[in-house]
Design a binder for this molecule. Structure first.
Ligand code: PEP
Ligand code: MN
Length: 341
């Protein structure tokens, strides 16, 4: 739309006390009407503008995330890979990058590249339950960037505040991870969307540990998309534990509910769901069967030398390769939403 055309749309919306939010996608722009968008007269007048390709009424609490929204065909890309196209998408790497042992991370990255992962994860700043546990340092980001340069793989790094967001975006981090603790931090979610408007940066939004209905999760993602970045992946990672033995309550079974409601890819994190490396393959396969588009798995070349969660829940690159093979077998038989539904 030209600025004059946009002004015209805004003028009509303004007459009905509505405003326009521009969402710049990779292939097209969407203009969401904010306010009471159900006014028939406003709709008819907008439909009369021949420069608008489509005007849809989305009766959904999440206008951009809805499977029926104009973003329904939007493809989330990480690096060169379209997430959920042609096979499962895999992110792997350390829970926490040890700044004293850069080689461990670089070795893990090389081994995972060999195995065929699509992106590397690496915790730089860590949200630790105990304030005396290792909290992370910006220096660790250099190690992640070195791994990115050596392998050519995109990297996923968690950010917890706007300062870290700024550093990560400026450094060229490809996937911004929003952790379970910040999944309901609406100010941060808006900032993430705003900071990455029109860019190819993707966001891996973890499900909040205290979130219940799927709508709450989708609405959190809507904040990021409405602020301007549609490249969002939803990441179930377990909720408050109800089963003694699991670290969290595994929630990969939320996947079909999400797939029925939203177009966004679902990338399950089995590592935090179950919290033990020996349960990770089963949770991964279950996630795939439920329709997940991909997995984000903590992996380490030598978990016993890891820090953070790695000693207890990271899998080795060899185990990762087995998980990938099993998931690729499941892929054609996974749950898929009814295309007409
Ligand atoms: C992590 O990915 O290492 C992490 C801290 O995740 P979560 O926010 O899901 O606990
Ligand atoms: Mn972790």
């Amino acid at each position: 739309m030209t600025p004059e055309q946009l002004a015209e749309v805004e003028r009509i919306a303004g007459e009905f006390d509505c405003s326009i939010l521009e969402i710049v996608g990779r292939n097209r722009c969407i203009y969401a009407i904010l306010g009471d968008e159900g006014r028939e007269l406003m709709f008819n007048r907008l439909r009369g503008l021949d420069f608008l390709a489509r005007v849809d009424l989305i009766e959904s609490p999440y206008k951009s995330m809805d499977r029926k929204s104009a973003l329904a065909e939007h493809q989330v890309k990480v690096g060169e890979t379209s997430v959920g196209e042609g096979g499962p998408f895999f992110i792997g790497g350390h829970c926490t990058v040890d700044p004293e042992e850069p080689n461990l991370y670089l070795e893990t990255a090389a081994a995972l590249k060999e195995v065929g992962v699509h992106a590397l994860r690496g915790g730089v700043w860590k949200p630790r339950t105990n304030p005396y546990s290792y909290q992370g340092v910006s220096k660790a980001l250099e190690i992640v960037l070195e791994a990115k340069a050596r392998t050519g793989l995109p990297v996923d790094v968690e950010v917890m505040d706007t300062e870290q967001l700024e550093i990560a975006v400026d450094a060229g981090v490809d996937v911004l991870q929003i952790g379970t603790r910040n999944a309901l931090n609406y100010s941060l979610l808006k900032e993430v969307g705003k900071k990455t408007v029109g860019s190819s940066t993707a966001v891996l939004l973890k499900r909040g540990r205290h979130m219940a209905p799927p709508n709450e999760f989708i609405a959190a993602a809507e904040y990021i998309v409405a602020a301007g970045n549609p490249n969002v992946m939803l990441c179930p990672r377990g909720t408050m534990p109800a089963l003694d033995g699991y670290r969290n309550q595994p929630d990969e079974s939320i996947t079909p509910l999400l797939k029925d409601k939203t177009w966004a890819p679902v990338v399950v994190d089995p590592s935090h769901s179950v919290g033990r490396d020996e349960y990770v393959p089963a949770c991964s396969m279950a996630a795939l069967a439920y329709g997940a588009d991909g997995l984000c798995i903590e992996a380490h070349i030598d978990p016993s030398k890891g820090i953070g969660d790695d000693p207890k829940q990271a899998v080795t690159p060899a185990a990762f390769a087995e998980i990938m093979a099993a998931c690729r077998d499941i892929w054609p038989r996974r749950y898929q939403p009814d295309p007409l539904g």
